[in-house]
Structures are given as C-alpha cells and as structure tokens.
Design a protein around this ligand. Structure first.
Ligand code: G16
Length: 544
C-alpha cells in the first residue's frame, strides 16, 4: 500500500508543556491539527523508521479516533511494528513498562492526565522515548520547531483497524499487535511487592479499604490486581468502569476531587485505607483513617521503608524530588546517607538520574511517586507499596506517619491553586516577584527571615543540560519555603500555584491543622506577590 502525501501548514501553539501537548478536544479536532503534531514526531525521531512504536491512551473522548490516525501515519512513515493496548487503552505507567519490556523505540501516549474529558473538555498527546520516559526537553524542543515549518504528512488510505481483539494484524507493511494492557504491568507489580503479605492483610478480617479509579484508566488495572490477584473483596475498586468523560468528574486524585472516597475514610466507621488514581493512572492519593498523606510525605515514608519490600530490599541508591515538593525526603536521604536531588517540575527531569542509577525513588507534590521500575510516575505502584508496608508493619497509616515525623520531623505542606486566571496578570505577578528577588535575602517577612530567594534553575548532573526560570523560591531560616510557579499543564488562561512549607521538629506540635499552621506563610505569600491585586482572586480555587 503506497503512502499518501497530504499537504498541510503549521498551527501556532503546538509547544509541549510540562507533559506533552494539552488542548481542548475541539482544538485537536481541527483538520490536520493532530496529524501535524504526529508527523513532527516521525520527522524528528528517525529511530522509529523500521522500529517498534507503542500506542495507547487513557480512553478519554477522542482516544479511539486518534489511535486510528496515528496507526495509519505510523505505517506510512515506515514503523515496522506497533504495540497497541486493547481498545486503544494503556495507563501511562503501563506504556512505560511495555516500551521497556519489548525494547520499543518510543511511544505515543494520548492523555490529558487529570484534566476532565469529553467533547468540550481536554485532550493531550505526548511522546515517550526508548527508556520508557517522557521525552526530554531536547526532543520536545525539536518537535515544536518542526511543527512550525511542517508542510506535509504521510498516511495510508485504509479502513479503521479492529482494536478490540488481541493478536497480530497487518496495516500496510506494519504489523500491529493488540496487547492486553494490564498483563505486563501486573506481572511487573508482582515482581516488586509481597503479594502474599498483602493477600493475608486483605483476608485478615480487620482491614477495610477502597480504591477510587475515578471512572478512568486504572479501573481495569485495579480490579485485576487488587481484587482478582490479591483477593480484595469485590467492590473494593469504586468507579471502576473506565468512561470517555470519566463519568463527568474531574479525574484528579486529591482532597478536592475525590470527596466521596475521603468521606469513606473519616469518622468512627472510617476505612483503614483509601487510595485513588487519575485519568491516565500515574498519580496517586493515599489516605488512612482520618488521615491524608501528602505526596511529599508519601515519598519520604516510602524512601525510609523501602527495604521492607522485596523489590527494594537492598535499599535505595538515591532519591529525587521536584523543586516545589517538600523537603521531607531530603531528611530521609540524609539519614540513609544517599544522594538527594532537587529537579524542576516535570517527570522528564528524573529520567537521566534514573537511567544513570543515581536514584531509585522519586516524587512530586503533584500526587506523583515512582521508582526505577519504569520511567513514569505510577499510581497503582504507590498504592501497592503502601499496602506492602501496612502488611509488614501491622500499623495504621496514621501511626506510620506519626512515627515518621517523630523520627525525621514534620514538613507541614500545602499548595494553593488559583486556576484559569488572566495570563497577563499571572505573568505580571511572576515578573514582579523576579524584580523583588535580589533584595529579599536578610529581610524580615512577618516573623520569618529570608535566607535565600531565586528563580530556580537546574543543571542536569548527567548531561549538563540547563533548565531556567523554573519557579520562584523563597527560603526562610528554619527551613520554611514559599514557591510560586505557573502551571504548565492547564488549557485555559494561567494557573498560579503557591507552594507552602515549614519544618516542625517538635513532636508535640505535629498534629495541628495544616491550614491553620500555615496561616503566617499564607499571609506572607499573598502580600508579597500581590495576589489579589494582580489576579483579581481573593482565595485559591483548590487547596491541597
Ligand atoms: C504533569 C507532569 C508532572 C507535573 C504535573 C504538574 O503531571 O508529569 O511532572 O508535576 O504535571 O505540572 P504543572 O504544575 O505544570 O501543572 P500529569 O499527571 O498531569 O501528567
């Protein structure tokens, strides 16, 4: 079958953000919009020619149509084999697992993560490289540059392929293999965690849990792993059916968007454990009875206890966290005597450290935790890790956390988001802060003294690449910090994120309400950045 060459012209704004290109579905539905971006991938990634490409997405609206477009284009561009999840589905961590297991050259992943789905909501596409991780900036920059001059794309004129039956078929000269999207991933999880111990915990008669799949991709993964393989009671996975619009919800596992689950863990009859994952299965939220584990604390607890699980029993080599993530993991790394890295926001910045064997665990405040088992953050992995710890330590989530704070001190942490604010106002606020930076060190703000203030820049220790303007950091004496950043994943206006943290060594002060304890820092942040005057917002839209 001869490839067709179709003339096209560039679209503005195809620059990938923190994690791929995310836009409204309607933007992606414009003729040639998806094709331009996909052709730019093939034009800049020559290894794909004659190579193996993994294709899959989180099942959101427009997933199926996009996969057909991508497969025809892959065949026309000389890809020799495509590995596709049945129904066009793959969670993001499962894509990473499959790339690595089958030594593929790359993957095209369709997801807008935790953003809502549906005809009027969000869609996204990103490219993952042969290591299994999100494309580094060198690749995304090349891709973006290509989108600005693109003038043709290649495709085949052929009917849609059946994506729902397992097995191999032919599309032009390309072989397409439809895989069970869960099997390889589930096998990897069994190799890392003590499934017998977790099975016993579930059958002990005194442990009650729910996993909220939020009508998103982890439904089938969680049912297979938690209920079928580990013997959790049927119904343990709630909102298990994956839907194109996530049931109309916002598939973001946090206190604001997983309210039903949070409610189930509260009060005298509260569950022992609650967990949730997001649209594409890479985020996680961990809850205990009347207890929320911040993602920053979760990373620190996993690092301190990793040796209790089979997959990490020989200890961890190092740990990394994104800059706005609390410094709780740093304290663990120090005690363990392992390296600790502070990287810019974005999972792609962990890739080189993982590949070089400098770190074993990494995590972000944005509900992402992961390890060197794949090159993406991994929602269900984090849940299984916690279940393994609960099974071994025979303590509640709250007790494990309290023990951890007693040993390492507590990093109180919260993030305040001002969503869909005017872009010019938000950029003005960041510039205003940049101007203030040189005069801040040594200044007294409220009762705190500024220790350092900068616009975070990162030089990758492995390849020397440099990322600048990654967020304003203001550090105070005693370990408190305020960080200001504009989100790189939104699709409307700008989202201002304000990250607040302070360190409390005294165990008698470890059980205060977070927002109350944060009050002095909240006031400093609002005043210094002139948030209300510059965004028109008095209060944040989401507090996590
Ligand atoms: C993506 C990235 C994460 C990042 C998060 C938030 O997550 O993979 O590394 O922390 O966005 O980014 P921002 O603060 O720029 O909105 P996901 O789950 O959306 O792919």
């Amino acid at each position: 079958m001869e490839p067709q060459i179709i003339a096209t012209s560039p679209f503005d704004g195809q620059r990938p953000g923190t994690s791929g290109l995310r836009k409204k579905v309607k933007v992606f539905q414009q003729p040639r919009y998806l094709e331009n971006f996909v052709q730019s991938i093939f034009d800049t990634q020559p290894d794909l020619q004659g190579g193996v490409l993994v294709v899959g997405g989180d099942g959101r609206y427009f997933n199926r149509e996009s996969i057909q477009v991508i497969l025809r284009m892959a065949a026309a561009n000389g890809v020799s084999k495509a590995l596709v999840g049945r129904g066009g589905l793959f969670s993001t961590p499962a894509v990473s697992c499959v790339i690595r297991k089958y030594a593929a050259q790359g993957a095209i992943v369709l997801s807008a993560s935790h953003n809502p789905g549906g005809p009027d909501e969000d869609f996204g596409i990103k490219y993952n490289v042969a290591s299994g991780g999100p494309a580094p900036e060198s690749v995304t920059n090349a891709l973006h540059t290509r989108t600005r001059t693109i003038d043709r794309y290649l495709t085949l004129d052929c009917p849609a392929l059946d994506l729902d039956d397992l097995g191999a078929r032919q599309l032009g000269d390309m072989e397409v293999v439809i895989l069970d999207p869960v099997a390889d991933y589930a096998e990897l999880m069994e190799s890392l965690f003590d499934f017998n111990a977790i099975h016993q915990l579930f059958n002990s008669g005194h442990f009650r849990m729910r996993f909220d799949a939020m009508h998103a991709i982890t439904g089938p993964y969680a049912v297979e792993i938690l209920e079928n393989r580990l013997g959790a009671a049927p119904g343990t996975v709630m909102h298990a059916e994956a839907k194109e619009d996530f049931g109309g919800g916002h598939p973001d596992p946090n206190l604001a968007h997983a309210k039903t689950l949070v409610g189930l863990t509260q009060g005298p009859d509260g569950l022992d454990f609650g967990a949730a994952s997001d649209g594409d299965g890479d985020r996680n939220m961990i809850l205990g009875k009347d207890c929320f584990v911040t993602p920053s604390d979760s990373l620190a607890v996993l690092a301190a206890n990793a040796h209790l699980t089979p997959g990490y029993k020989s200890g961890i080599r190092g740990v990394a966290r994104s800059m706005p993530t609390s410094q709780a993991a740093d304290r663990v790394a120090e005690q363990l005597g392992v390296e600790c890295f502070e990287t810019p926001t974005g999972w792609k910045f962990f890739g080189n450290l993982l590949d070089a064997g400098r770190i074993t665990l990494c995590g972000e405040e944005s509900f992402g935790t992961g390890s060197d088992h794949v090159r993406e953050k991994d929602g269900l992995w984090a849940v299984l890790f916690w279940l393994n710890l609960l099974a071994v330590r025979q303590q509640s989530v709250a007790d494990i956390l309290a023990d951890h704070w007693r040993r390492f001190g507590r990093n109180y942490y919260s993030r305040h988001d001002y969503e869909a604010v005017d872009l010019a106002g938000a950029e003005g606020l960041m510039n205003h802060l940049r101007i203030l930076l040189p005069d801040l060190p040594g200044r007294q703000l409220g009762r705190l003294t500024v220790n350092y203030a900068d616009d975070f820049a990162y030089t990758d220790p492995i390849d020397g690449s440099r990322a600048e303007r990654q967020g304003i950091r203001i550090g105070f004496e005693g370990g408190a910090r305020i960080v200001f950043r504009l989100s790189g994943t939104g699709t409307e206006g700008a989202t201002l994120r304000v990250y607040l943290e302070f360190f409390e060594p005294d165990p008698s002060r470890h059980h205060r309400d977070t927002q109350e304890a944060m009050e002095p820092l909240i006031l400093i942040a609002r005043e210094l950045a002139q948030i209300e005057a510059r965004t028109g917002r008095r209060d944040p839209d989401v507090i996590t």
